[in-house]
Design a protein around this ligand. Structure first.
Ligand code: GDP
Length: 225
């Protein structure tokens, strides 16, 4: 009789355990202040109030991790988190400044645009972007402007894209279907043979989509496995 084969590791648990290793690395006001890295980097972007901090905290199962990005002085910064074993980190998360906050002065908006555009166009290690969109608002003009910065690299498959429709607990079934269809329509404009695009409903409150999102990110960071 052959020995019993060990149970295959549950991919969702593996992904969540990996995401849980996230720890704060550094903060930077602009691209040239970020450390160069060979590690795959996953950027989190979204309008202010889209639920980005809550989603990052949920994915990493750390109550206050992303709220580090909301402390005064850091809100316009790119905050980097390191993942994987401490002695052999295998990926970075980059929490990018939220945008679209009405009260922000014109000068600050222009500076934001420049920081975001440069990061998304030029950051060599960028391997994936997670765009958080309030499911009740859908992809706004600003979200589409942001996507335009990274669209060329998404088109070649160099940068992967996951769009999470947040606060899905606030939608009924029909509204959720409509939100998915509308977002799908916008993302269709980015579709090419090589593009890697994903779209999902997400709720930190109900935990809907959390495990799946963790698996997508884990897959981006560990393409061979
Ligand atoms: P950020 O500005 O994008 O980082 O947004 P936050 O994470 O601070 O969330 C903005 C607001 O949305 C807060 O009041 C959160 O409590 C709320 N929120 C975030 N995620 C969810 C969710 O999944 N469901 C519900 N109902 N509210 C949420």
């Amino acid at each position: 009789m052959s020995a019993p084969t060990p149970a295959a590791p549950d991919p969702e648990r593996t992904a969540l355990a990996w995401a849980h290793t996230a720890r704060f690395l550094t903060t930077a006001a602009q691209l040239d202040q970020l450390p160069p890295t060979e590690l795959p980097e996953i950027a989190f972007v979204g309008r202010s109030n889209a639920g980005k901090s809550t989603a990052i905290n949920m994915l990493t199962q750390q109550k206050r991790l992303a709220f580090a990005s909301k402390t005064p002085g850091r809100t316009q910064h790119i905050n980097l988190f390191e993942l994987g074993p401490k002695d052999a980190p295998d990926a970075l998360f980059a929490d990018l400044p939220g945008y679209g906050y009405a009260a922000v002065a014109r000068g600050a908006k222009l500076r934001w645009q420049q920081v975001m555009a440069q990061y998304l166009e030029l950051r060599r290690s960028l391997s994936g972007v997670v765009l958080m969109v309030d499911s009740r608002l859908g992809l706004t003009e600003l979200d589409q402007q942001l996507l335009a910065f990274v669209a060329p690299r998404v088109g070649t498959g160099e940068v992967k894209l996951l769009v999470l429709l947040t606060k899905a607990d606030k939608l009924n079934r029909r509204e959720a279907d409509a939100a998915l269809a509308a977002a799908q329509g916008v993302l269709g404009q980015l579709a090419t043979d090589d593009a890697d695009l994903s779209l999902a409903l997400f709720s930190a409150l109900s935990r809907r989509g959390v495990g799946d999102a963790a698996q997508v990110l884990h897959g981006w960071a560990h393409p061979a496995g």
